[in-house]
Design a protein around this ligand. Sequence first.
Ligand SMILES: [Zn+2]
Length: 236
Amino acid sequence: MNEALKPLLALQECDKHVDLCQREVDELGKDLERLQARKHLAKKTFEDAQKAFSELEAKRRNFASETKNQEDVLIKQKTRQSSLKKQEEYNASALEIQATQAQLRQLEDQELNVLLELDVQKAQLKAIETETQAHLKELDDTLLVLQERRTQHTLQLKTAKELLENAQKHIPAALLSDYLRIKKLTNGRLPVICQLEGEYCRGCQLKVSREIISLLFLNKERVHCDQCGRILYHCY
Ligand SMILES: [Zn+2]
């Protein structure tokens, strides 16, 4: 192996470490986003249950108000009836009173149904609240752990980038430029420098030409895979 390539391999190891640290930071970021989404969902589920309960309470108040109105109407109708002299008017008034009483019974039945439903929803809401609080506490605990872990990994990433920067200083400018050019060509995917195994490039796993193998045996500093362009080395 050409000795000049050893610092480049060391640089690549630093690059791999940066990639690894970056992936860990990114994964933790995604985990944190997922946890925040679960927190949001848990809160929304509880808020929706609260809203449904409030709407039902409003419905009960409306029935109560409507019942009160009809009761007032009934009192007025009965008062008016007592002052009527003619039989026809009295009969007409009695029909009105019957209609109001029927409406009142219907309203009371509806209000009772809402009251029963409110009892059920109140118990459900309490259960959801208890469950949500426990769930949120659990999520917050996990969030704290992951945030701490991300802080540590971010620091590790910072150190890894510093080591990479330092390793770059030990590479001749032309070689470094070649390394960075190939890295760009592979969209950042490592390796940039890889071993020739038999007649195959371990970067692209394709067979290289005999000319490339000959150049490697001549111990040339920079030999590129004629399939993928990566820098090749051999360990003969
Ligand atoms: Zn290749």
